[in-house]
Write a protein that binds this ligand. Structure first.
Ligand code: BGP
Length: 466
């Protein structure tokens, strides 16, 4: 049986908008999602898991089940309802209460400043396409560093690539724009600049603790050995993985990344603009990241494709309905013989191992890594308070084994945050795609430990992947 280090963090992950509910309470300002979900009419972000009120119970469950880290995000609009300017003391007090509860229960909070929830006012002015959002984000971050001095682990952003593509390529996040590669690249770059400015501010200000960024990093493999498929894989990887790692650890985009970017832009009639002063900021920050957070759920097999962009996002759990073909990049296909979830996410733990090894090889200055999200969306069956989620345990086991192997092979991984601590609201799937160790009855808000919670407790206590 494989082991994990004695000081390893066995965490659970959440995000403000998906856990808290209470979107119109406590002086919270609006975000674009409020209106978007209301218009869409499929599901509401309230009550979510009512973490707004239930947090003492959730943090107590952490302690009881050997979970010694919690990843959570601050809702920017609970602190600054309009994004900038007036401060909402009720929101500030709320997060102090959460952090003190964590302290009481020996659960280390890892705090993300932005998890898909830009304040509505800034969003309406172009979100991160508009440089005004960069300035506003840095000021908000500075406020948090000064105010929440009890925090030791900060992440600037959650998943810059899915933010940009869900907003401007797939169109499944507000403002629902499809196939606009110019906007995708501009959003990616501006968010990376905002990250770099924040890291520089944190380090120059001498704040205590550590700072990093959480990227979604999912390995791409060519669908076959053909030259064409290998090239499609190179393009997909360059935009979704290499672009971000270059920005984070080099402070510029490498020659290979730029080659791919130019080819993708040419095929899509897209363009980009990067200023030299941005690279000065990014370069300065590139050696100052204390850690990298990796969100990794699946991997992709990529095939050459030369048609128009056609995407169908499987947001219902109807297995086999996913389509992902992007003009000038490639097509992501199902791979014969590989298991996948009802949402068509391929279960392939080698992808996690390969990603960790690649970062160690290509970006040796990474310092240390945490798996900040990994888990299995599943239609859990609830029978008299008992939830036997064997499929989730099988998934977690092979992914934790991949982490353990990477550590043995020299990668410095310090912890793992399972997505999700308890069942949460999912942005594009609502409430039937459950990930939690704790089942949430969304009507009563009662929590029930799943079989996987007992399994995770044992793994955490023994540091052995059973
Ligand atoms: C990540 C996000 C999370 C969470 C998770 C699962 O991309 O950081 O917020 O939602 O994926 O995704 P989903 O809820 O779409 O299944």
């Amino acid at each position: 049986m494989l082991k994990l280090p004695h000081d390893f963090i066995f965490g659970g992950a959440t995000a403000a908008y998906q856990a808290e509910g209470a979107t119109k309470e406590g002086g919270k300002g609006p975000v674009a999602w409020d209106e978007f979900l209301e218009k869409q009419g499929r599901f509401s972000p309230d009550p979510a898991s009512d973490f707004y009120r239930q947090f003492p119970e959730d943090i107590k469950l952490c302690e009881k089940f050997g979970i010694n880290g919690i990843r959570l995000s601050i809702a920017w609009t609970r602190i600054f309802p309009d994004g900038t300017g007036k401060i909402n003391q009720e929101g500030v007090d709320y997060y102090h209460r959460i952090f003190s509860e964590c302290h009481k229960r020996n659960v280390t909070p890892f705090v993300t400043l932005h998890h898909f929830d830009t304040p509505k006012g800034l969003f309406d002015q172009g979100d991160f396409l508009n440089r005004a959002s960069i300035e506003a984000f840095v000021s908000y971050a500075e406020f948090c560093f000064k105010e929440f001095s009890e925090i030791r682990y900060w992440s600037t952003f959650n998943e810059i690539y899915p933010t940009a593509t869900n907003q401007y390529l797939l169109g499944v996040f507000p403002p629902s724009i499809k196939s606009d590669i110019t906007k995708v690249i501009q959003c990616l770059h501006h968010m990376m600049v905002a990250h770099a400015m924040t890291v520089n501010l944190f380090k120059d200000g001498g704040y205590p603790g550590e700072i990093g960024v959480v990227h979604s990093l999912e390995t791409k493999y060519p669908a076959s050995d053909s030259e064409e498929d290998r090239h499609a894989c190179f393009l997909d990887d360059a935009l979704s993985v290499r672009f971000l790692l270059d920005a984070t650890y080099l402070g510029y985009y490498s020659e290979e990344t730029m080659r791919a970017l130019d080819e993708i832009c040419e095929a899509n009639g897209a363009s980009y603009e990067f200023s030299d002063s941005d690279f000065d900021v990014m370069k300065k920050a590139s050696t100052r990241n204390d850690y990298l957070g990796i969100n990794h759920y699946q991997c992709h097999f990529v095939k050459a494709y030369d048609g128009e962009t056609v995407i169908h996002h499987n947001g219902t759990g109807d297995k086999g309905t996913s389509v992902y073909k992007v003009k000038g990049i490639g097509e992501r296909i199902y791979k014969e013989g590989l298991k996948r979830t009802d949402w068509d996410w391929l279960i392939y733990p080698e992808g996690m191992y390969d990603m960790l090894m690649r970062i160690k090889r290509d970006y040796p200055q990474y310092n240390k890594m945490y798996i900040t999200e990994n888990g299995m969306g599943y239609k859990d069956e609830f029978e008299d308070g008992i939830i036997m989620d064997k499929a989730r345990i099988d998934y977690l086991k092979v992914y934790l084994e991949a982490v353990s192997k990477a550590i043995t092979d020299g990668v410095n991984v310090k912890g793992y945050f399972l997505w999700s601590l308890m069942d949460l609201f999912s942005w594009t799937n609502g409430y039937n795609k459950r990930y939690g160790l704790f089942y949430v009855d969304f009507d009563t808000q009662k929590r029930y430990p799943k079989e996987s919670a007992y399994w995770y407790k044992l793994v955490s206590e023994t540091k052995t992947i059973i």
